[in-house]
Design a protein around this ligand. Structure first.
Ligand code: GRF
Length: 216
């Protein structure tokens, strides 16, 4: 069985979408894969309850209890490696990871980011999109590389930006697409349709080129 470990920091709605897909699509039978553990860097993250309700083991590695990034990441890596994961999913994990950590999990670490990368990396992506006046916005799932929000793109979901959009309205439109995109991208990695080779996305023979979702 391939183990997935999900890292979260908060609400856990992407985690919930992933767990629902794993259940509804019977990933243990269909893909030989299961969500083995959920780890949060925040003890109060509501997503821990999401995991517990689905019967998935949880752990907390609180960054606030470590006085250095190296010490936090060593504890985090130990918690992850206990599950010997085939894939580690950053599902709303809000800590920047060091080059050493990213390299340790190269090719088996993916992230969901709420913008059409490489536009609007970092935080407040919906505010950035509204300020830039773009007409389309969206979400990206990518392999994690040492440069923040710059790794090989696995799939993207596009939504319109409407004239009267608030940050909240735009965020909700993007989030609904994240919930569709993340499980599909995870599935593509687990079933071998895509992999990371020399820092670029490599498609398996017979895998169609693009994973693009349109949210309108
Ligand atoms: C999502 O928008 C994700 O892309 C971003 O943080 C948010 C987390 O939401 N990194 P949730 O915890 O999955 O509900």
């Amino acid at each position: 069985m391939k183990n997935l470990v999900c890292l979260i920091s908060g609400r856990g709605s992407n985690l919930a979408a992933l767990l629902a897909a794993a259940r509804d699509e019977r990933w243990p039978d269909a893909l030989g894969a299961r969500v083995a553990a959920v780890i949060s860097n925040r003890p109060q993250a509501p997503g821990l309850q999401v995991a517990a309700a689905a019967g998935v083991p949880t752990a907390v590695v609180a960054h606030a209890e470590h006085d250095s990034r190296a010490s936090f990441e060593a504890a985090l890596a130990a918690a992850i490696d206990a599950h010997m994961p085939a894939l580690v999913v950053l599902a709303g994990f809000m800590r920047v990871l060091t080059r050493e950590f990213v390299i340790r999990y190269a090719g088996r670490l993916i992230n969901v980011h709420p913008s059409l990368l490489p536009s609007f990396p970092g935080l407040a992506t919906h505010r950035q999109a509204l300020a830039a006046g773009v007409r389309v916005h969206g979400a990206t799932v990518h392999f994690v590389s040492p440069e923040v929000d710059r790794g090989a793109i696995i799939g993207q979901a596009v939504v319109p930006v409407l004239g009267d959009d608030s940050e909240e309205a735009l965020a909700a439109r993007v989030l609904a697409q994240e919930h569709l995109l993340l499980p599909r991208c995870v599935r593509r990695v687990l079933d071998g349709s895509v992999q990371l080779v020399d820092g670029r996305l490599q498609l398996a023979a017979g895998c169609d080129r693009d994973l693009i979702l349109a949210g309108w």
